[in-house]
Design a protein around this ligand. Structure first.
Ligand SMILES: Cc1cc2nc3c(=O)[nH]c(=O)nc-3n(C[C@H](O)[C@H](O)[C@H](O)COP(=O)(O)OP(=O)(O)OC[C@H]3O[C@@H](n4cnc5c(N)ncnc54)[C@H](O)[C@@H]3O)c2cc1C
Length: 450
């Protein structure tokens, strides 16, 4: 379908989901402004995926770059929706044909114990800032918070990201202990497995005196969401998935030497001298998906640091209506915002959890549906122009029927296109972005970024 010069779409967030949506639309003649809060557009690839995924991160950066450099894509860095741009304005005043939210899930889900927020930075940390720190702390220009990584921390979680948090803690502790013995062992070597890395340097890991961190999970080990059973799984498939989860957990424990306390619920805070000194925990009784504390099983779990890694949800943006922890988007295959027909969601902002592939395919599907169902080609039939009057009439009738059943996105006149381009140019100028994507990325990439 050729929609050249008729539609202008704003995509909020330039990482996997945002760049994929931008590419699909731009390839169909749609102009796309990609509004990204950071200087670099890589989202969770840079700030979530721990830095030992060096090769994968490089490849994903290159893919995102290639998409954002496409003709008709206008990259707008250092511009945050909710801070530099108002959501209602963007949807209703700017004149875009549609707005696509691709801004991911950056708000850690609350630990869920009343009063816990008081101790953030004082014995309690959340996963997102912790991994951000880990990925950037070695850069000379890093100016964010610094975190201590003591031995015997407790991680509340159970999902894949919480295993990454545990790995960071263990790798940091072993790396420090080895350094104290004047043995330098690199991150990548330790990430392959702590016992093997220690032994390669003639050291028994136990001799370093590290007790290790503890991962607590409210259900059983075999319930940990480390692997997913297919939809409508049979009992055999569920049993197989549980075996896969147990195996993954066993391998992780063997390689990174941490403890797991399953069937453990956090029920309270342990506070000493104004600092979180651990958690009150209870054993849980599992009934189906429910995990209830067993009366009388409460005990204290002391820890110099508690890291909560129980999931990420979209950040609250002024003016964006919420449905629970998520934006008020419909649940169907084309997630549409309840408050405005022309606003859609793609990637982590919709799915919350997920992985690179899930974000990519979700965004591809939604953007392709938009093209197919909501954009009307200039010649009205979604194909090459035909001079044949009957074909044109049929195509026009089809387009009208489509418009009546689904509604289409507004097209823009050439004058409106130019005006919108000018306003986007002003945003780019304010960010210091000249339009040369490669030069910008080269300039804003820390020289010592891993
Ligand atoms: C610890 C951890 C480990 C992981 N490991 C893996 C793994 O091994 N393999 C895997 O496949 N996946 C992994 N993932 C998941 C994967 O990284 C994400 O699912 C995926 O990258 C999400 O892509 P996205 O584009 O949907 O969201 P994001 O990457 O979050 O992109 C959102 C973009 O929107 C921008 N943004 C946010 N708010 C605003 C705003 N208000 N205004 C403008 N811009 C905004 C952000 O800066 C960001 O660039 C991991 C995630 C974590 C946290």
């Amino acid at each position: 379908m050729e929609t050249e010069g008729q539609y202008f779409v704003a995509v909020v967030g330039g990482a996997v989901a945002g760049s994929v949506a931008a590419e699909v639309l731009a390839d169909h003649g749609v102009r796309v402004a990609v509004i990204e809060q950071n200087k670099r557009p890589y989202g969770k690839i840079e700030d979530g995926l721990p830095r030992w995924h060096a090769e994968q991160r490089k490849q994903e950066y290159a893919r995102i770059d290639a998409r954002l450099k496409k003709p008709r894509v206008y990259f707008v860095p250092s511009t945050k929706l909710g801070r530099d741009l108002d959501f209602q304005d963007l949807c209703n005043q700017w004149g875009f044909s549609a707005v696509i939210l691709a801004n991911g899930a950056w708000r850690d889900r609350d630990l869920g114990i009343p009063g816990a927020e008081e101790y953030v930075g004082c014995g309690l940390l959340y996963q997102n800032p912790f991994i951000y720190w880990y990925n950037h702390k070695a850069e000379t220009n890093y100016s964010g918070p610094q975190y201590d990584v003591p031995d015997q921390a407790v991680v509340v979680g159970g999902g894949l990201a919480s295993i990454d948090v545990v790995k960071v803690l263990q790798i940091e502790n072993y790396s420090r202990a080895l350094r104290e013995r004047s043995v330098e062992v690199g991150l990548h070597e330790l990430e392959k497995g702590i016992p093997a890395a220690c032994k390669a340097h003639g050291i028994e890991p136990q001799s370093l005196g590290i007790r290790g961190c503890t991962l607590i999970y409210r259900r059983r080990e075999q319930d940990m969401p480390l692997a997913q059973a297919p939809d409508n799984a049979t009992p055999e498939q569920i049993a197989k998935t549980e075996q896969v989860r147990l195996k993954m957990l066993r391998l992780a424990r063997d390689k990174y030497l941490f403890q797991v306390l399953d069937r453990t619920l956090t029920t309270g805070l342990l506070v000493e001298n104004g600092r979180l000194a651990g958690l009150k925990v209870s054993q849980s009784k599992i009934e189906g998906r429910k995990a209830e504390p067993i009366p009388g099983s409460e005990r204290e779990l002391r820890a110099p640091l508690v890291i909560s890694s129980i999931g990420s949800v979209p950040e609250i943006i002024p003016g964006v209506a919420m449905k629970g922890e998520y934006y008020a988007l419909t649940d169907d295959s084309l997630p549409r915002y309840a408050g405005c027909e022309r606003v859609f969601g793609v990637g982590n902002v919709v799915t919350g959890q997920g992985n690179i592939r899930v974000s990519q395919t979700h965004s591809q599907k939604v953007a392709s549906q938009l093209i197919k169902n909501y954009l009307v080609a200039r010649d009205g039939h979604g194909g090459a122009s035909s001079s044949h009057a009957a074909t044109e009439a049929r195509a026009a009738a089809r387009a009208t029927a489509l418009k009546e059943t689904l509604g289409t996105l507004p097209t823009l006149s050439p004058g409106e296109m130019v005006a919108l381009e000018r306003r986007i140019g002003t945003l780019q100028e304010r960010a210091g972005y000249s339009g040369d994507y490669d030069a910008w990325i080269a300039n804003v990439t820390p020289p010592d970024l891993e």
